[in-house]
Design a protein around this ligand. Sequence first.
Ligand SMILES: Nc1ncnc2c1ncn2[C@@H]1O[C@H](COP(=O)(O)OP(=O)(O)OP(=O)(O)O)[C@@H](O)[C@H]1O
Ligand SMILES: [Mg+2]
Length: 258
Amino acid sequence: MQLTSTELGLAARVHQLTKTYGAGAGEVRALDEVTVGIRRGEFTAIMGPSGSGKSTLMHIMAGLDAPTRGRAWIGDTEITGLSDLELTVLRRRRVGFVFQSFNLVPTLDAASNILLPFDLDGRRPSALEKARIDRLVETLGLTERLHHRPHELSGGQQQRVAIARALATAPDLVFADEPTGNLDSRSGREVLALLQAASRDHGQSIAMVTHDPVAASHADRVLFLGDGRVVADKPRQTAEELSAFMLATELGAAGVSA
Ligand SMILES: Nc1ncnc2c1ncn2[C@@H]1O[C@H](COP(=O)(O)OP(=O)(O)OP(=O)(O)O)[C@@H](O)[C@H]1O
Ligand SMILES: [Mg+2]
């Protein structure tokens, strides 16, 4: 009998996941038979060169994209095969996502973007949730920017709005694609501390893509992707250890500039 995700202590997992784009000679294999789980309550970093499949893996794990072959679960629910509506509801209740491209709604100001997950769910935040959102906004330094629309915000501010939106409902599972990519080192540290606290203090499961060994050193576990496969799976490492490993394996080679 196959063990469930809960029995395995996993918040999300994929089994023999393959994703290809295009066909024939132009076929790109973004993911090649990937089997991996995101452990419940852990902060997992995902590293690897540009084009190694990190975003593709996160999109499929979060139910935002469908694999070509293979299976995916969020908790004990198999998401491959769910209808769009079922997926939308599951995602809305359980998953927060920070996109590499932020995906803010251009016509809404920062405050409304942050509250969007509640609006989409047809409810208002409770007093407790309001307090949490206020703390997030303050920690992320967005208090003075709440009534600005995305085009009136810097890239780093937009990124912080996207992070506040992903964490606003305190979802079980948070996927963050390069959440510190546009931030100065101080705001980057604040964001990493938020993600760390989300897993350590609130038991949320966090998966974060990053090219930055310093950011990845905040994680409990670091997965390395190379050419659409998981090529290493390491417990917490220092930034120096991660850099040395990336250099030795050339896993950082194509990624450092991104
Ligand atoms: N919609 C698409 N159509 C065709 N090819 C795609 C598409 N999306 C991704 N790919 C290809 O799949 C591979 C993996 O892309 P992916 O975006 O997952 O990489 P990544 O590891 O997130 O890279 P980066 O660090 O640059 O964000 C790349 O070769 C990319 O060109
Ligand atoms: Mg990417």
